[in-house]
Ligand binder design. Structure first.
Ligand SMILES: [Fe+2]
Ligand SMILES: [Fe+2]
Length: 166
């Protein structure tokens, strides 16, 4: 599986996230449906790009926003499964995503906080500007995805997942 980006996707954005988008375990998020109409991979890409744009506009840490946005749902498992702690998935999955992100990628404290708090108000309060951006971008993407509206990099096939032939 590979990701293809059109010329419309800013190189500046791609440079921040390409190593994550080249990782096989991360790409396996494509196997999980998200918000009924998309995959967890495409949702994560959209949250990442929207967060990057917002961080750029408001002079925040663009790199942290792009990376934490991409990793905020880094949970390669079916959300219908029971959680190991017995918590509701809504509260559990940000912790799982944070744990997976620490294990796989060198994430900063700022990025870690943004991943852990992205479900606010269902969960802890974001403690930095980038974390607020990600919780907002996640909700915008969730609503548009539920409504079958292509947003961010899902629009005009700006970024597509290519499934390689076996
Ligand atoms: Fe989430
Ligand atoms: Fe999400």
């Amino acid at each position: 599986m590979d990701i293809q980006a059109s010329e419309e996707v800013p190189r500046e954005y791609l440079e921040e996230v390409w190593h994550i988008l080249s990782d096989k375990e991360f790409l396996s998020l494509d196997n999980y449906e998200h918000h009924h109409n998309t995959s967890r991979l495409m949702h994560s890409i959209n949250v990442s790009y929207l967060s990057w744009l917002l961080a750029k506009k408001f002079h925040c840490d663009k790199k942290a926003a792009a990376r934490a946005g991409l990793l905020h749902d880094f949970c390669p498992y079916d959300f219908r499964e029971k959680t190991p702690t017995g918590e509701h998935q809504v509260l559990y999955h940000p912790k799982a995503a944070a744990e997976n992100s620490v294990r796989m990628f060198q994430i900063s404290d700022r990025e870690l906080d943004a991943i852990r708090t992205h479900m606010f108000p269902l969960g802890p309060v974001p403690r930095n500007k980038e974390a607020w951006i990600i919780t907002l971008a996640d909700k915008i993407c969730a609503v548009t995805e539920f409504c079958h509206v292509a947003i961010a990099l899902a629009r005009k096939n700006r970024m597509v997942v290519v499934k390689n032939a076996i």
